[in-house]
Design a protein around this ligand. Structure first.
Ligand code: SIN
Ligand code: CO
Length: 379
């Protein structure tokens, strides 16, 4: 099926020919683009301590990076040009941002990171750089010049407070207008400069390094490995070099280490838990006056249940992963929960599986799912 979002090419063709391979420029990816928020609302998010934000300024070729949360007055003292405010995880705050992300569901949720939104007055940008993830750069308000390059030289400016390519050699350039979008695969050099006050929406898809995956898997193993026994040496021999580690000792340590075992089930559990683990600044606030279970069940049947905007949910086989935890469920409960993980909300239904309801109610008490009171608003 052709999609306007991808400039009339099908999602299948996009994945085959562009995804992780080459850039794609789409003019009018979103027709009649409606901005998700204003500059002042973005600044409001940057002042919250549950949002991650950065302010990048440039003066006489000197770059400066400050991390949020910011006081609102920090923005009244800024120069008229050449600065950028970046706010991560805007999808944690705005239902409309989540709806925007849902347009990209031809890529699995397991790859999605977040929606970052930047605001820059004229001349603002974050310098020439490359990112380690796939990104769709959707132009919101205003216009931005983008230059890109397939260059192999990834040498960075030494001692700069942000990642800046030392020798950026642009190969293509465009002026993006509201609703235009540029897809870039990981490692593709790019440089965006605001032509006038502008906002850019970065829909980012994470690609963890193998080092990160293995490090986190070792943390998982540490929590899931129990090895019995302890070091013994009843046959120890008299040593003339007490400072030396004996061969017997090394063999015994080696034998103990070979007891570390993991199987495909651990790989599955780890992957689900790792990919749904909330970022460190994310907090859930359990409802202070939760509705009783029966009332909750009625709301769920009416199609009012949705995932908390901050929640991450995935599944595989009989396992459901939600915010770093793993749950198992029987086949009919799974059908309901898988729907929630795919659509991030549940449709109305006449029958509600009891096992699914029990889990959903538990998650509601944790604030991992919520009941939508008015369409599009947080209860
Ligand atoms: C921006 O929105 O200013 C920067 C986005 C990027 O280069 O990744
Ligand atoms: Co970038």
């Amino acid at each position: 099926m052709k999609t306007e979002l991808l400039g009339g090419i099908s999602a299948r063709k996009f994945l085959r020919d562009y995804w992780q391979k080459k850039p794609l420029l789409v003019r009018k990816a979103l027709r009649d683009f409606v901005p998700l928020l204003t500059r002042d609302e973005l600044i409001g998010l940057a002042c919250r301590d549950d949002a991650q934000s950065r302010l990048i300024t440039q003066k006489n070729g000197e770059w400066r990076v400050r991390a949020g949360p910011f006081a609102a007055r920090a923005f009244s003292r800024l120069p008229e040009r050449q600065w950028t405010l970046l706010v991560q995880d805007v999808n944690h705050f705005l239902p409309s941002a989540r709806n925007l992300l849902l347009k990209f569901r031809f890529i699995p949720h397991s790859r999605l990171d977040d929606l970052m939104i930047s605001y820059a007055p004229q001349g603002g940008g974050v310098g020439p750089h490359f990112d380690s993830y796939d990104v769709f750069l959707l132009q919101g308000m205003g216009c931005r010049y983008w230059q890109i390059s397939a260059q192999r030289d990834k040498t960075l400016v030494a001692e700069a407070p942000l990642k800046l390519l030392r020798d950026f050699r642009p190969e293509q350039e465009w002026l993006l207008e509201p609703g235009d979008m540029l897809y870039l695969p990981p490692g593709y050099a790019h440089y965006g400069v605001a032509k006038d006050p502008c906002m850019t929406y970065s829909i980012g898809f994470r690609a963890p390094s193998y080092q990160e995956l293995v490090t986190q898997f070792l943390v998982y193993l540490q929590d899931h490995t129990v090895i019995k026994g302890m070091y013994r040496d009843p046959d120890i021999r008299l040593h003339s070099n007490p400072g030396r580690i004996s061969r017997e000792m090394l063999s015994q340590v080696n034998a103990a280490l070979t007891n570390i075992k993991w199987g495909r089930d651990d790989v599955k559990r780890f992957t689900g838990m790792y990919l749904t683990e909330p970022k460190p600044h994310v907090f859930f606030t359990p409802p202070s006056h939760p509705m009783p279970r029966e009332e909750f069940a009625n709301e769920v049947r009416k199609g009012k249940l949705r995932l908390n905007l901050k929640s991450r949910m995935l599944y595989r086989g009989k396992s459901i992963f939600l915010n770093g935890e793993v749950y198992t469920a029987g086949p009919s409960a799974l059908r309901v929960l898988e729907k929630l993980a795919d659509r991030l909300a549940l449709p109305d239904m006449e029958e509600l599986d009891e096992e699914a309801l029990a889990l959903l109610y538990q998650w509601y008490l944790y604030d991992h799912v919520e009941i939508e009171l008015v369409a599009g608003s947080k209860p």
